[in-house]
Design a protein around this ligand. Structure first.
Ligand code: CA
Length: 225
C-alpha cells in the first residue's frame, strides 16, 4: 500500500513518515500543492493524506483538480482546528474523510485502514488470466496444478501484470508503482523479480507467460497468443 502525504509542516511529516513505515506502508511526502497534484496524478497511490493549507496551490484546489480529472483515489484531508468551513469545503470537493489538527496518530491510522477496507470491498479478491489466479488475501499465485505464496514485491509485480493483461508495462511504471520515487531506480530490480516469477509460472504449469518487449517492458500474455 502506497501513501502520499502532502504536508508542509516538517515536524509533522517526519513523524508521520516514521509511523507509516513502522506500520508497513510505503509513503512519499510532498510539501506543496503543485507537487501533490503531480504525484497524485501518476495514479500510483492507494491513499492520499492532504493538508489543506499548502503553499503554491492550496489543498482544496488540488482536490477539486484531481476529482475533475476523474482521479478517485481515497483522500483524507487535514485541517487546523479553526478552519471548520474548510472541512465542509473539503468534503464537498470530494474528500473521503477528514482529521482536525492536532490529531492522534492512532486515529489517523484507523482512518487509513477504514478507507483501504472500504476500497477493498469493491476490489475483487482474486484476479485470473488463463489458468493462472492471483489471490489478494493470501498472496498466492495458483493454477489447477499447485499454488505458491509470493513475497511482497513479486506479488506487486504480478498484480500490475495480471490486472493489465496483454499490455506492455514499462520498467519505469513498475519502478514508480512498486519501488516508489525514493528508491534508487535500478531497472535491474524489475528484471530480477520478473525472473523469479517466470520460474514460478513454469513450476505451476501456467498457460500464460511474461513476455518481454526489448527496452520497453513486460506483459502477461496467454501462451497461445
Ligand atoms: Ca500546512
Amino acid at each position: 500500500m502506497r501513501i502520499l502525504l502532502a504536508e508542509d509542516e516538517k515536524e509533522l511529516s517526519r513523524a508521520l513518515d516514521v509511523i507509516m513505515k513502522h506500520n508497513k506502508y510505503a509513503i512519499d511526502i510532498v510539501d506543496n500543492g503543485q507537487d501533490a497534484y503531480d504525484y497524485i496524478m501518476t495514479g500510483i497511490y492507494d491513499i492520499v493524506i492532504l493538508d489543506l493549507m499548502l503553499p503554491v496551490i492550496d489543498g482544496i484546489t488540488v482536490l477539486r483538480s484531481i476529482r475533475g480529472q476523474g482521479n478517485m483515489v481515497p483522500v483524507i484531508i487535514i485541517t487546523a482546528k479553526s478552519e471548520v468551513d474548510d472541512k465542509v469545503l473539503g468534503l464537498d470537493a470530494g474528500a473521503d474523510d477528514y482529521l482536525t489538527k492536532p490529531f492522534d496518530t492512532k486515529e489517523l491510522l484507523a482512518r487509513v485502514r477504514a478507507l483501504l477496507r472500504r476500497r477493498s470491498d469493491i476490489v475483487p479478491k482474486v484476479v485470473s488470466l488463463g489458468n493462472l489466479t492471483l489471490n489478494y488475501e493470501t498472496y498466492e499465485l495458483s493454477t489447477p496444478k499447485d499454488s505458491i505464496k509470493l513475497p511482497n514485491k513479486e506479488f506487486q509485480v504480478m498484480e500490475v501484470l495480471i490486472n493489465n493483461p496483454r499490455v506492455v508495462i514499462s520498467f519505469e511504471r513498475f519502478l514508480e508503482k512498486i519501488w516508489g520515487f525514493e528508491a534508487d531506480k535500478e531497472p535491474n530490480v524489475v528484471w530480477v523479480h520478473v525472473a523469479y516469477l517466470r520460474r514460478k509460472l513454469i513450476k505451476l504449469d501456467a498457460d500464460v507467460e511474461i513476455r518481454a518487449t526489448r527496452n520497453v517492458g513486460y506483459a502477461l500474455v496467454p501462451k497461445d497468443e
